[in-house]
Design a protein around this ligand. Structure first.
Ligand SMILES: [Fe+2]
Ligand SMILES: [Fe+2]
Length: 271
C-alpha cells in the first residue's frame, strides 16, 4: 500500500499548488491514502469549511491540524460533522471534533490516523505520549486497522524523534509537522515505522515559514509589531513524504520525500 503525507498547507499559495499537483501525484504513484496537514490553509491561520473542502477535493482522505486549528472560529462548528477533519487528540476531553479516526483507503485497507500535538514549546495540552498510547491501544495494526499514520505536530525535533521511536513497530508512519521546514531524514526506523522529523509545508517558500517576510523582519529588528502576519502569495511548492507499506504487516518498506516547486531541491521517489 502507498501512503502520502503533505506538510502544512499555507494560505492560497499552498492551496493552489496542492490543487494543481496532488491529483497528478496520486495518479502517477498510485497512492492509496493521502493525509494533508491543513492548519494554515485559511489565510495562513486555521482552516475554514471551504478550504477544508478544497483540500479534500484535491485528493486528501484526511486533513490534520495543530496549534492553529481554532484560529478560524468556524472550525469549532464543523469539527464534529466533518469526519475527514482531525484536531490534536490531546486537547482536553469535551473539545469539538476528533483526534483520531479510521478511514477506508482506495485499496480497501482501514487506516487509523492520529493527530497529536507536542508538549515542548507548544500550548500545554495533555501528554502526547499518553494520547497516542490510548488511541493505538484502542485500534492496532491487525486488530482494528491495517495501517496507522501519526501526525506529531511539534516544535522540538527531539520530541518528534522520541515519538518516532516510541511508536517504532506499532505505526506505519510517524511524521512531524509544524515547523514548515522539511528535514532531510526521511527513513524507515529499525522496527518498521517510516519517519521524518518534519515534512515541511505546501506554500510559498520565498517567505519566512510561509509568511510575508516584511513584518517578521521589522519585528525582529525593531521589536515593535506594526502589522499582522500574512501568508506569502508567490508561487507555491509542495513538500511531502511517500511511504510504501507491507500489506502483511502494515509497516513501512520504503519512505522518500517528494518536493516540487520553487525554492525546494526537487525530489520524487522511484516507487
Ligand atoms: Fe503550520
Ligand atoms: Fe503549527
Amino acid at each position: 500500500m502507498k501512503l502520502l503525507f503533505l506538510g502544512d498547507v499555507v494560505g492560497r499559495s499552498g492551496r493552489k499548488v496542492v490543487a494543481a499537483l496532488l491529483p497528478g501525484l496520486i495518479e502517477k504513484h498510485r497512492f492509496d491514502f493521502v493525509v494533508v496537514n491543513g492548519e494554515n490553509a485559511a489565510g495562513g491561520f486555521g482552516i475554514t469549511e471551504a478550504t477544508l473542502a478544497e483540500i479534500v477535493g484535491a485528493g486528501a482522505d484526511c486533513v490534520t491540524t495543530g496549534n492553529h486549528v481554532w484560529d478560524q472560529r468556524e472550525a469549532l462548528t464543523f469539527a464534529d460533522r466533518q469526519e475527514r477533519f482531525l484536531r490534536p487528540a490531546n486537547y482536553p476531553p469535551g473539545t469539538p471534533g476528533r483526534g483520531a479516526n479510521v478511514y477506508t483507503a482506495k485499496n480497501g485497507a482501514r487506516v487509523l490516523v492520529v493527530n497529536v500535538m507536542g508538549a515542548v514549546f507548544m500550548p500545554s495540552l495533555d501528554d502526547p505520549f499518553q494520547a497516542v498510547t490510548r488511541e493505538l491501544s484502542a485500534c492496532a495494526i491487525g486488530n482494528g486497522c491495517d495501517a496507522i499514520v501519526v501526525d506529531m505536530h511539534a516544535e522540538a525535533s527531539s520530541e518528534k524523534q522520541t515519538m518516532g521511536y516510541y511508536l517504532d513497530g506499532k505505526a506505519s508512519l510517524v511524521i512531524g509537522t509544524h515547523t514548515h521546514v522539511p528535514t532531510a531524514d526521511a527513513r524507515v526506523l529499525p522496527g518498521g515505522t517510516a519517519f521524518m522529523t518534519d515534512v515541511g509545508m505546501c506554500g510559498d517558500y520565498d517567505s519566512i515559514i510561509g509568511m510575508e517576510k516584511d513584518e517578521p523582519l521589522r519585528r525582529a529588528t525593531t521589536k515593535i509589531p506594526s502589522a499582522r502576519f500574512g501568508p506569502a502569495t508567490g508561487a507555491g511548492a509542495i513538500s511531502c513524504l511517500a511511504v510504501e507499506t507491507d500489506d502483511a504487516t502494515g509497516l513501512a518498506r520504503r519512505a522518500a520525500a517528494i518536493r516540487i516547486g520553487p525554492g525546494l531541491e526537487p525530489a520524487e521517489p522511484d516507487f
